[in-house]
Design a protein around this ligand. Structure first.
Ligand code: MN
Length: 145
């Protein structure tokens, strides 16, 4: 299989999808599924792109993510750390760890994300979780919407 990059972070015969089917806890983000679970390697390789000012869902789940930043720059919350991320940086989002990506500069933030085909549903923070997260002023500043 070969999927040609057709320019501007689009790939031939790959649909530009909504980030998620529903919800309003994210902004200005698209998804493209580049590779989809073969039985021998039951993973999905997706390309996400967040337009300037946008963000992904603040969430956690059992399954983990491997992420390679592919375009532009922005900020990533992983647990209690906030990283300024840029092209070619690599992240691993561990199990049950709060995470969110934000396109905080005037550029888009694009990244490749690998996940297992079989994965649990993401959990969103409860009021109680948000209270805890907001105790850290840097995180409070990061997650403000
Ligand atoms: Mn996630």
């Amino acid at each position: 299989m070969f999927i040609r990059h057709s320019g501007d972070y689009r790939w031939e015969n790959v649909q530009l999808l909504a980030y998620k089917e529903e919800g309003n806890h994210f902004k200005n983000i698209t998804r493209q599924i580049l590779l989809d679970g073969q039985p021998e390697l039951p993973c999905q390789v997706r390309y996400f792109e967040i337009a300037s000012g946008g963000y992904s869902t603040l969430e956690q789940h059992q399954h983990i993510h491997y992420v390679v930043i592919s375009r532009g720059n922005g900020d990533a919350l992983v647990g209690d750390a906030i990283y300024h991320v840029q092209e070619k940086d690599v992240l691993m989002i561990p199990s049950l760890t709060w995470h969110q990506f934000r396109a905080t500069s005037d550029q888009p933030l694009g990244f490749i994300c690998l996940v297992h085909m079989e994965r649990d549903k993401a959990l969103l923070p409860t009021e109680e979780d948000l209270k805890l997260l907001n105790q850290n002023p840097d995180i409070a500043e990061f997650i403000r919407c």
